[in-house]
Design a binder for this molecule. Structure first.
Ligand SMILES: *[C@@H]1O[C@H](CO)[C@@H](O)[C@H](O)[C@H]1NC(C)=O
Ligand SMILES: *[C@@H]1O[C@H](CO)[C@@H](O)[C@H](O)[C@H]1NC(C)=O
Ligand SMILES: *[C@@H]1O[C@H](CO)[C@@H](O)[C@H](O)[C@H]1NC(C)=O
Ligand SMILES: CC(=O)N[C@H]1CO[C@H](CO)[C@@H](O)[C@@H]1O
Length: 383
């Protein structure tokens, strides 16, 4: 047993030794449930020790009680303190990795196949805690490190499989345009066509033009994307110019080639100059967000449109709760198309009017605010 190892044990058990280390800091602002790891100083190095494994006796009644110990939480999982441990160290530690719950299914694998293999291969115990977006790994330090690397590889490899979480949006907030969209949707509903029901109508309050899809699964990604958008303030304003950006929405089209098998019905931005500004915004923003890792590197052309009907929203049991675990929430749903023949015949010349575009939002898919708009994580105000 190395002398440092001895020290770790001594530190855990001895109040007098604990208090003699000046580098030991306190943080009592964390909830108890997040205090999985206690950092214990040993010489000029810090060791992570599972708080649970520290005897209460060693901690109670001294200034370094559990509540006051430094802990690694899901927000601070960057292990800057990756010192090599001496060989033969068999102390068991627990770490909590910040892994968004959307990936937990990939890590667990079908019938737990992948997680079981991970556990066996690395001699660790691994537990998914979807409520906290955490994966907990327990074992010897070297084994835990191995498991951590492997889990991160699974996430990296499977990143392309999960649906986007957010999008860069130009909300069309003009109430008269929204009202016309609502009337149009009601007119369609009154035709009582097969496979058309209120659930597939995009809420008029969410009317928007999409600049690009975002993959922001963790709070730190959301914060980073918001910060990035804010950092581009000046360039965006220069790009848009002094003139107010407003778009005229008119006409309706469907995304599919077969009129009888439509899934998405949308209206288009008519004015070429407005289209050009939006295209420029897209061409400027997409590379920035892609480089930062918030957008997937997908090379599809921008289609400037405002969706009015989308059969993906069709209400099926269990797909409307953003807090449901991965499997229930993201199971593949079958899309039931509708025939757009009658709608296009009847309303092809429809005009929804002009809506000013005042802001660029980072909007969350499937989450809405009290006014029925997409929940905004952050925004840029246009001139
Ligand atoms: C204590 O934890 C809180 C919450 O994670 C954090 O905001 C704060 O900066 C921490 N304080 C210290 C001294 O580490
Ligand atoms: C697996 O890890 C435990 C500690 O978590 C250790 O006691 C045991 O010896 C290890 N087994 C092998 C085969 O390395
Ligand atoms: C339709 O809705 C789905 C699910 O919300 C979304 O992924 C897709 O981008 C939408 N399509 C259009 C064209 O709005
Ligand atoms: C589609 C894809 O890349 N899936 C990968 C998910 O992660 C596992 C483990 O790393 C890979 O084996 C899969 O190929």
């Amino acid at each position: 047993m190395s002398s440092c190892h001895m020290l770790v044990i001594l530190v855990i058990l001895s109040i007098s030794i604990l208090s003699s280390f000046p580098t030991f800091q306190m943080n009592n602002s964390l909830p108890r449930c997040m205090q999985g790891i206690t950092l214990v100083p040993c010489g000029n190095r810090m060791f992570r020790v599972s708080t649970a494994s520290i005897p209460d006796k060693a901690l109670s009644g001294n200034p370094f009680s559990k509540q006051k110990s430094i802990t690694l939480t899901k927000r601070s999982m960057s292990f800057t303190n990756q010192n090599k441990r001496t060989k033969g160290d068999s102390a068991s530690i627990i770490i909590k990795l910040s892994i968004p719950r959307i990936f937990h299914g990939h890590i667990i694998g079908a019938k737990g196949h992948r997680i079981n293999k991970l556990k066996l291969d690395t001699n660790t115990s691994i537990r998914a805690i979807p409520e906290n977006d955490e994966i907990e790994i327990e074992g010897r330090k070297t084994d835990v490190d191995k498991a951590k690397t492997k889990i991160e590889q699974v996430v990296e490899k499977n990143k392309t499989l999960v649906p986007p979480s957010h999008f860069l949006s130009l909300p069309l907030s003009d109430s008269s345009v929204q009202h016309k969209v609502e009337n149009f949707q009601n007119d369609i509903l009154s035709l009582k066509l097969p496979n058309i029901d209120p659930s597939i109508m995009n809420k008029p309050t969410t009317l928007h033009i999409t600049i690009g899809m975002l993959n922001l699964y963790r709070q730190e990604d959301i914060d980073g994307a918001v910060k990035l958008l804010k950092s581009l303030d000046k360039e965006i304003n220069e790009l848009v110019g002094a003139r107010t950006l407003s778009v005229k929405l008119s006409g309706i089209k469907i995304m599919e080639n077969d009129l009888a098998q439509a899934n998405v019905l949308y209206s288009e931005v008519k004015d070429q100059k407005d289209q050009d500004v939006i295209t420029k915004l897209n061409e400027f923003l997409v590379p920035k967000f892609t480089t930062a890792g918030y957008m997937k590197n997908e090379d599809y052309p921008l289609k400037i449109h405002a969706t009015i009907i989308n059969t993906s929203h069709r209400k099926t049991e269990g797909n409307d709760d953003e807090n449901k675990p991965y499997k229930q929430n993201y199971r593949k749903m079958e899309r039931k198309p509708f025939s757009a023949v009658q709608i296009l015949n009847k309303f092809s010349n429809i005009d929804f009017g002009i809506s000013r575009i005042e802001e660029i939002h980072i909007s969350k898919i499937g989450a809405y605010d009290e006014k029925g708009r997409h929940r905004s994580e952050g925004k840029h105000k246009l001139p």
